[in-house]
Unconditional design. Structure first.
Length: 209
């Protein structure tokens, strides 16, 4: 049986790299949705709504297979933080976040294009930030990395040294929870290992050894 085509409705290189490292090889189709159209205000609901908007938009122009949409927002002290967009906003956030903790909410939506069935869920992870200096903030912001990521930080890039710990699935902080995604695919009747790239060839090689 041929594995279904997998499309990732996200421009995030971290999400793509995470899926590839897990043995999947999705096609990337950036949704281009206007995130300001989301109606939810609670951070967990907002993350899921945005993930669904992205997946549904891409599913409408995808002929077959599975579409995966994701989005992340950080809840820090009751403030909902998406991508900062500007250097000044990234500085402001890091001055507030340093030495503190926030909850990163990552929404997931998987759509089976052939049946129209979809599964939407969220995953939450507590993130603890280092008490970094003003000089470190300036250096980090100058790299441009924090400007385009939720919460103005990463754990798989330059910002990894500024995160002292997490409570939950580390993949959620990267932007896509692999354990949750496996469960969602199972709900649609898709086995995770059937999506592994080259699985059949590897199995055949093992049988012939």
């Amino acid at each position: 049986m041929t594995a279904p085509r997998l499309t990732l409705a996200s421009q995030s290189p971290a999400r793509l790299a995470t899926l590839r490292a897990a043995g999947l090889d999705p096609v990337v189709d950036v949704s281009g949705v206007d995130e300001s159209t989301a109606a939810a205000t609670a951070p967990d609901a907002l993350a899921v709504e945005l993930a669904c908007l992205k997946a549904r938009t891409v599913a409408e122009r995808t002929p077959d297979g599975l579409v995966v949409g994701c989005d992340s927002v950080l809840d820090f002290g009751g403030e909902v933080l998406g991508k900062p967009g500007t250097a000044e906003e990234a500085r402001r956030r890091w001055r507030a976040m340093r030495g503190g903790s926030g909850v990163l909410h990552t929404g997931h939506c998987v759509i089976d294009v052939s049946t129209g069935r979809e599964v939407c869920r969220g995953a939450d992870t507590v993130v603890h930030f280092a008490d970094i200096t003003d000089a470190e903030i300036e250096a980090y912001v100058a790299t441009g990395e924090p400007l385009g990521v939720a919460g103005a930080f990463t754990i798989d890039g330059l910002g990894g040294a500024f995160v002292t710990g997490i409570e939950g699935d580390p993949h959620t902080v990267v932007g896509i929870s692999l354990p949750l995604l496996r469960e969602m695919l199972a709900d649609l009747g898709v086995l995770w290992h059937d999506l592994w790239t080259g699985r059949s060839a590897t199995a055949a090689a093992g049988e012939g050894a």
